[in-house]
Design a protein around this ligand. Structure first.
Ligand code: NAD
Length: 466
């Protein structure tokens, strides 16, 4: 009998459902189906692949209430934030659809005249683009529509078949996404959900796939890279971050504090690009802290199904211990606890929003991904000190600078190795810009034109035309 995966509601700890997990044989069978279906899918005119994606777009809007409620039930994301995530996907679909034809179009880059090589005739050089084939999309739970959609939507548009493994913590949503795609007209063998935990993901990687697009932690990302290396297939890794923000002496302090509190606590801090460390110039530190604390204390915490709720439970129970350990480590090393600091005394996996000051880089809270409602704020004396601290982790997903001088901010941000740089904003993703990480934050990019064409292989055509 297949193993069962228990889906638990993080807000109530109630069992929602038990679902059968795909074993190795089931994964292999799904792979064969995808492999057989892919050529016919890629042979369709692009317009025939765009149509179902546009139907998906419409269904996401039409069913947003139902889909958001499902997402909230299994990961505890506040309902307004679940709705926002789903309703932002149509904008991304528009970008992918607008760019699909461009990235697929063959380019005639050179024509060698017949007289150049007597007797050889005229030769055309054309760059063509082929879909990768069958790809695996192994996904995270925190933004299943975003991180999955950034992969499977352009991949499908460009003619690939997708084996989609949702996170075990967002399995119901993964199933709903598959149902929506099939209802929209994507053939059942062209997009196949693969259900299970890490073992199922590993079994998927054992198949002779043509690419793996992974979103998750650095620790798992390393395993994916090792498993895919002998296959020499396209491997993209969107991993964690320890994203810093720096508030300069000339910043609009109240705006910075409110923006950074949201950046740190939105989705309970469970965003890859959540603000995880804040450095504040000493000249504005006290004012910053006052507004920051007031903002955090104003956040509505409670039942994630209530539209007023801003902070719900954390999505995974083991994370409660990670958060408690980071707080204990910081306090043992001299940090000051401004609020929160522990699991809340109520049903559900609620951790009180936590602000730590007098922190330093000997503490795990300033070094390792927190992925929860805990933030450290450190006072700095200069831009140089801020730069040194901001680059003092192996991660490189995003960084933010708040200040009135654009040149100064860009100068600071340019010194950091990150995939995204924010001036007077943070925790933001755009379909038009590449989403990528440096160092332990990943490899390759999704979004932007580069993140669409990543689902294609270029081919050099040498065509003797007469
Ligand atoms: P995770 O690494 O625990 O799991 C991610 C996926 O990998 C899951 O589907 C899991 O089942 C699968 N998996 C686990 N072990 C595997 C193995 N050996 N082989 C194949 N698959 C395996 O991560 P998570 O907890 O789901 O997500 C949180 C992490 O994701 C955080 O670090 C966060 O920062 C990161 N993240 C990054 C981005 C980004 O765009 N850079 C976006 C969202 C989340």
């Amino acid at each position: 009998m297949a193993d069962l995966l228990s889906i638990i509601n993080p807000a109530t700890e109630a069992l929602i459902k038990e679902i059968s997990v795909d074993d190795r044989a089931a994964v292999a069978e799904k792979y064969v189906r995808a492999r057989q279906a892919q050529p016919a899918w890629s042979a369709l005119p692009l317009a025939d692949r765009i149509q179902p994606i546009l139907r998906l777009r419409a269904l996401l809007i039409e069913r947003v209430d139902l889909l958001a409620a499902l997402l909230t039930s299994e990961i505890g994301k506040p309902i307004t934030q679940a709705r926002s995530e789903i309703l932002a996907v149509p904008g991304r679909i528009d970008f992918f659809v607008e760019n699909a034809a461009n990235v697929l179009a063959p380019e005639r880059v050179y024509c060698e005249p017949a007289e150049a090589r007597p007797g050889m005739g005229t030769l055309e050089e054309v760059i063509g683009y082929d879909p990768l084939g069958v790809i695996a999309n192994i996904s995270a739970w925190n933004y299943p529509y975003f991180v999955g959609g950034n992969v499977f939507i352009p991949a499908l548009l460009l003619g690939n078949a997708v084996l989609y493994k949702p996170s075990e913590f967002a399995t119901l949503t993964g199933g709903a996404i598959a149902d929506l795609l099939h209802e929209s007209g994507i053939p059942e063998d062209v997009f196949i959900p693969v259900i299970g935990l890490g073992l199922t993901g590993a079994a998927l990687l054992d198949q002779p796939i043509d690419g793996v697009f992974f979103t998750g932690s650095y620790a798992t990302g390393q395993k994916i890279a090792v498993a895919s290396a002998p296959k020499l297939i396209r491997t993209q890794l969107e991993l964690g971050g320890k994203d810093p923000a720096y508030v300069c002496a000339d910043a609009a302090v109240a705006v910075a504090a409110a923006g950074l509190a949201d950046g740190a606590f939105y989705n309970n801090g469970q965003s890859c690009c959540a603000i995880e460390r804040i450095y504040v110039h000493t000249d504005v530190y006290d004012e910053f802290l006052e507004v920051f604390m007031a903002t955090v204390q104003g956040f509505e915490l409670g039942d994630p199904t209530d539209p007023q709720t801003y902070l719900g439970p954390v999505s995974r129970k083991p994370q409660l211990a990670v958060l408690a350990d980071q707080v204990a480590d910081a306090l043992a090393k001299g940090a000051t606890l401004r609020c929160g600091g522990e699991r809340m005394d109520r049903p559900g996996w609620y951790f009180a929003p936590t602000v730590l000051t007098e922190v330093n880089h000997s503490m795990t809270v300033m070094q390792e991904e927190t992925f929860g409602p805990v933030i450290g704020i450190q006072r700095v004396a200069s831009d140089e000190e801020a730069v040194a601290l901001m680059q003092d982790t192996p991660y490189g997903l995003t960084a933010a600078v708040y200040g009135t001088d654009r040149e100064r901010a860009v100068g600071i941000l340019s010194q950091l190795k990150t995939g995204s740089a924010y001036w007077n904003c943070c925790d933001r993703v755009s379909p038009r810009l590449p989403w990528s990480g440096r160092g332990h934050s990943g490899l390759g990019a999704t979004l932007s034109v580069a993140g669409v064409s990543t689902f294609l292989n270029p081919r050099g055509w040498h065509l003797r035309v007469d």
